[in-house]
Design a protein around this ligand. Structure first.
Ligand SMILES: [Zn+2]
Length: 319
């Protein structure tokens, strides 16, 4: 009996040694990251940032009204090189009575490093069928693309809302026809993503500043697109402004908010909206959630010299 136990113990020790030996062998390099969701409480509401992934963002090509020297200086200061990684973020707001999703990521319209929103939503414990309302900041494919998976509606029970100025512009066949060849895909992507919801009677556009559900309202921030919208979430005196594409590259546009994006439909208004939002949030200290700032894209804005600084949320568990 004793010797049997000894043998077993020896076998365990030997196994352990073998295991230790194996740990010293070359391990394969792993890909991917932990599921991309990040929760925070906002008064009585819960906000969950959801990652759709990241994508190469060639700053020198996509930012305008800026010199290459200023771009290089801003990126170097942030230990970055061109192209940077742009996060694509969306935000789920649980108001206690409604599940509201703000933006939907890219679906399959923007390549394999993106399109992870639905998987991350599920990883966060929410099935797409549970989402009640979807608010789109603007109808570029990296915001509305996730509404569809091929020809299937990802959120069959949701009402989809966006400003009518964006809907009228991007869902127009006449605009598609007269768009330059390289821009046609943007219109086609918007139609592919939205039209099934329109056909199902599930798309309800609004016009400018509108209360959508208690605690969540649309605030027109037009410029990047004709109907670009910020969604303001408020509960118990706490406030979060989900600013969509008011900013793309922290390292360049925070020091100088006059730097524009090649895709802005009206650069002057886009700059005005960015300046107004940065100044207001820096003065009043509320939360910002942004579609393309490094995931989770939630933080604060403070003044820094003539420009601004981004202060990312302090990582925390939710109790
Ligand atoms: Zn975008």
């Amino acid at each position: 009996m004793v010797s049997e136990q000894c043998t077993r113990a020896l076998a365990l020790v030997a196994g352990g040694m073998l295991f230790l030996g194996a740990a010293q062998a070359a391990a394969p390099m792993m890909k991917g990251q932990a599921p991309g969701y990040y929760r925070m409480m906002l008064g009585d509401f819960q906000v969950t940032a959801l990652s759709d992934g990241t994508v190469d963002f060639p700053v020198g090509k996509l930012l305008t009204n800026v010199t290459q020297a200023a771009i290089d200086k801003g990126l170097a200061r942030a230990y970055l090189k061109d192209p940077v990684q742009a996060s694509v973020n969306a935000f789920l707001v649980n108001t206690g009575t409604k599940l509201v999703l703000i933006d939907t990521g890219t679906g399959n319209l923007f390549g394999p490093t993106l399109g992870k929103l639905a998987a991350n939503l599920k990883a966060a414990g929410v099935q797409p069928e549970q989402v009640d309302e979807i608010y789109i900041s603007h109808l570029h494919v990296d915001h509305g693309g996730g509404l569809m998976a091929g020809d299937k509606m990802v959120f069959p029970n949701a009402v989809v809302r966006a400003d009518k100025h964006d809907a009228d512009y991007w869902l127009s066949q006449a605009n598609t026809d007269k768009a330059p060849k390289e821009a046609k895909g943007l219109f086609e992507g918007a139609m592919k993503s939205l039209n099934p919801y329109v056909a199902a009677g599930k798309f309800r556009p609004f016009d400018g500043n509108t209360e959508l559900v208690p605690g969540v309202r649309a605030l027109a921030s037009r410029g990047h697109t004709p109907g670009h919208t910020t969604y303001v979430v408020e509960s118990k005196g706490e406030k979060l402004a989900l600013i969509g594409d008011l900013v793309h590259v922290v390292a360049v546009q925070f020091p100088d908010p006059t730097v524009t994006h090649a895709g802005d439909s009206d650069t002057k208004s886009a700059v005005a909206q960015r300046r107004k939002t940065f100044a207001d949030t820096a003065a009043n200290g509320y939360w910002i959630g942004a579609a393309h700032i490094a995931f989770p894209g939630i933080g604060h804005i403070r003044t820094a010299g003539k420009g601004y600084d981004w202060v990312p949320a302090d990582y925390s568990v939710v109790r």
